[in-house]
Ligand binder design. Structure first.
Ligand code: AMP
Length: 278
């Protein structure tokens, strides 16, 4: 497995692979890899000849009071996991490599980024779009795989790809959960035992929403209240609960099949997100 820290070397290698006819699947991550990330690698493997995993804790997608500094990192463990997963190359740049001190261009998506996580984290999606655009230019992938867990992120990236004409196919992999239903996340390592028990209420609330909808409830307000009550009963601090159209991400009043229940909630200081496509 190749390990690249330099942009030009990474770019040159990727171009050589493309010229030789190989299809490249990119899995962008912030590292501290888990089975959710591995599922994206598996998805890329389906029809890509080579898989590149990028590992970069991107400072520009964190707000000033967020957890950039203490975000979990384990470069050696990550490299080992990639090697075992049959990844062809890992791109693991430093911050100074990715951003020159006078960088002055960024990519902003102005519509889908506004609500939900974009409301609580106003600079987040600008950081995400900019780094993903850079990764696409560096790695030149045919396919890039993202997780449904970050539902809004996928929608924003699809929009960026469409509007800026990136020749990259965006694929989405389902949410991987722990045996008890908690969505796997690098941030779960922040949770104490008690908090982890509380956090299970996110999945149970989403299950309630699902059951309620498929038992005939189609009022978004009613379903949202059910979810919020369940979260409050477990002392979660709700950032947002919304039922949205899966394409334009606008909140709906009458719920239909294909709409998405999206949740962001704090468990102690840890902000967790999850969702369920109805
Ligand atoms: P992150 O390293 O948290 O930025 O995540 C990198 C990619 O992995 C993103 O596309 C996430 O949506 C995806 N991902 C994170 N957690 C999961 C999960 N539990 N199941 C599936 N994909 C995930």
């Amino acid at each position: 497995m190749k390990i690249f820290r330099d942009i030009v070397e990474m770019q040159r290698w990727s171009m050589e692979q493309r010229i030789s006819g190989a299809t490249i699947g990119l899995v962008p991550t912030m590292g501290y890899l888990h089975k959710g990330h591995l599922s994206l690698i598996e998805e890329a493997r389906v029809d890509c000849d080579l898989i590149i995993v990028s590992i970069f804790v991107n400072p520009t997608q964190f707000g000033p009071n967020e957890d950039y500094g203490k975000y979990p990192r384990d470069k050696e463990g990550d490299i080992e996991m990639c090697e075992k997963a049959g990844v062809a190359a890992v791109f693991i740049p430093d911050v100074d490599t990715m951003y020159s001190h006078d960088a002055s261009v960024c990519v902003i998506e102005n519509s889908l980024s506004q609500g939900l996580c974009g409301q609580s984290r106003p600079t987040h999606f600008g950081g995400v779009c900019t780094v993903v655009a850079k990764l696409f230019n560096i790695m030149q992938p045919n396919v890039a795989v993202f997780g449904q867990k970050d539902y809004q992120q996928v929608a924003v990236i699809r929009r960026m790809v469409q509007d800026l004409n990136f020749a990259v196919e965006i694929r989405v992999a389902p949410i991987v959960r722990e045996h008890d239903g908690l969505a796997v996340s690098s941030r779960n390592m922040y949770l104490s035992n008690d908090e982890r028990q509380q956090a299970l209420s996110i999945n149970s609330a989403l299950n309630l929403a699902h059951e309620s909808f498929f038992s005939g409830q189609d009022s978004a307000v009613e379903i949202k209240n059910l979810v919020i009550r369940q979260l409050h009963e477990h002392c979660m601090d709700v950032d947002y609960v919304e039922i949205i159209n899966g394409f334009d991400l606008n909140p709906v009043e009458t719920v239909q099949m294909g709409d998405v229940v999206v949740v962001a909630a704090f468990c102690g200081k840890t902000r967790l997100i999850d969702n369920c496509i109805l």
